[in-house]
Design a protein around this ligand. Structure first.
Ligand code: HEM
Ligand SMILES: *[C@@H]1O[C@H](CO)[C@@H](O)[C@H](O)[C@H]1NC(C)=O
Ligand SMILES: *[C@@H]1O[C@H](CO)[C@@H](O)[C@H](O)[C@H]1NC(C)=O
Ligand SMILES: *[C@@H]1O[C@H](CO)[C@@H](O)[C@H](O)[C@H]1NC(C)=O
Ligand SMILES: *[C@@H]1O[C@H](CO)[C@@H](O)[C@H](O)[C@H]1NC(C)=O
Ligand SMILES: *[C@@H]1O[C@H](CO)[C@@H](O)[C@H](O)[C@H]1NC(C)=O
Length: 330
């Protein structure tokens, strides 16, 4: 094959870059050393606070990581999920479709931002504090450590009405899940890798009860992809018609951010319908099998996917600012 002429190569690269930045607007502005001169200790300060919060409560891990995911999928990674509602504005976090984001994640970011603000006022965005905190929560609970790209601005609006349709639901089909991820510039590999976040944290019975009880879906038995022994265990945790209890998403290693998640799936032990589907669907099953097998492959896939998640809808220029306080606009 003839070697392409340099001008063709340059054009091809330019097109590839343009396509990549179209898929992830603003992502080109992110840098690993964004605060190197303006707030060199930002990451160390956040890390110290996350460490403290983790020692205080294990719930800080899952709630912080989930907060980052929800921030990025609604209006981009711009800290808008952190905003509190006011009498005139129902904020993202209070969308009527209750996303049940746990308070520990908000507490972690609030404390970390306050500590960073004391060292470098008006410099580090809440969106970046959340991105750093999520990375630290992952690495401090047995997941990979990886460099986090920074330079996100905080968004200027946060509305409950921007939430519907943006987040995946536990009862969606694989095509629907893939479409939701695709709409945010993420692909099937990202879906499979990021779902491992369900290796930590908890879920309410209401999010998976339809897999257990036929009364919720008339004429349908217990979800056949659910391991029967695990189904009986979950029924004991979620008594028929009982309260909306919280259940650990990974019973085998609930506080470890590890690839046990994928081994659970191989055993019919995925908690949510969307978890088990990764193993049932033959498009994603090969990736589940390979990540279940290798911690190194899992670390690589997860770190790459979290970096890509952190590029979703990033804001720059006049589209954002650096908030002084994460829960209220300046
Ligand atoms: C693939 C589609 C996904 C669906 C359908 C989904 C759905 C859910 C649901 C229903 C819960 C339980 C919420 C509750 O009952 O309180 C949950 C919890 C959680 N999700 Fe996801 N999720 C998905 C992907 C992700 C991703 C990509 C991440 C992060 C990278 C993530 C992180 C978490 C974490 C950490 C928890 C536990 C939260 C806690 O302990 O407070 N999820 N998810
Ligand atoms: C949403 O969840 C929070 C925290 O779990 C709860 O206090 C609140 O009542 C819920 N709101 C609705 C509308 O269900
Ligand atoms: C899927 O879950 C959502 C949110 O919990 C619910 O509103 C919807 O009715 C469910 N859809 C089906 C088909 O069960
Ligand atoms: C998803 O995107 C990543 C990064 O561009 C790429 O390495 C990976 O091969 C893609 N996966 C699929 C299934 O297309
Ligand atoms: C998955 O299964 C369907 C139906 O059996 C088949 O048509 C398809 O080719 C399979 N795809 C892969 C990737 O194995
Ligand atoms: C998983 O590991 C076993 C043992 O090392 C190997 O035989 C198998 O092929 C691996 N499977 C995948 C999908 O990588």
């Amino acid at each position: 094959m003839a070697r392409p002429r340099p001008s063709v190569v340059v054009l091809a690269v330019a097109v590839a870059v343009a396509v990549a930045s179209l898929a992830q607007p603003g992502a080109a502005d992110l840098k690993l050393d964004y605060y190197a001169s303006t707030c060199p200790n930002a990451e160390a300060i956040v890390r110290g606070v996350v460490q403290q919060r983790l020692q205080a409560t294990i719930r800080a891990v899952g709630s912080t990581v989930r907060l980052f995911f929800h921030d990025c999928f609604v209006e981009g990674c711009d800290g808008s999920v952190l905003i509190e509602s006011t009498p005139g504005n129902q904020a993202e976090k209070d969308a009527s479709d209750n996303k049940s984001l746990a308070s520990e994640g908000f507490d972690t970011v609030r404390s970390a931002k306050a500590a960073v603000e004391a060292a470098c006022p008006d410099t580090v965005s809440c969106a970046d504090v959340l991105a750093i905190a999520a990375r630290d929560a992952i690495s401090m609970s047995g997941g990979p450590f990886f460099p986090v790209e920074l330079g996100r601005l905080d968004g200027l609006s946060s509305t409950a009405s921007s939430v519907p349709g943006q987040l995946p639901e536990a009862n969606q089909t694989m095509d629907q899940l893939l479409a939701v991820f695709k709409a945010h510039g993420l692909n099937m590999s990202d879906l499979v890798a990021l779902s491992a976040a369900h290796s930590v944290g908890l879920a309410h019975c209401s999010k998976f009860a339809s897999r257990l009880y036929s009364y919720q879906l008339p004429g349908q038995p217990t979800d056949p992809t659910l391991n029967p022994k695990y189904a009986r265990f979950l029924e004991s945790k979620c008594p028929d018609g009982g309260p909306d209890n919280l259940v650990l998403m990974d019973q085998a290693s609930p506080a470890q951010f590890d690839n046990q998640y994928y081994r659970n799936l191989q055993d019919g032990g995925g908690l949510l319908g969307s978890d088990q589907l990764l193993y049932t669907d033959n498009r994603t099953r090969p990736m589940v099998d390979s990540l279940a097998n290798s911690t190194a492959a899992f670390y690589r896939a997860l770190a790459d996917a979290v970096v890509r998640l952190g590029r979703v809808g990033v804001k720059s220029g006049r589209r954002g600012n650096v908030r002084k306080q994460c829960d209220v606009f300046n």
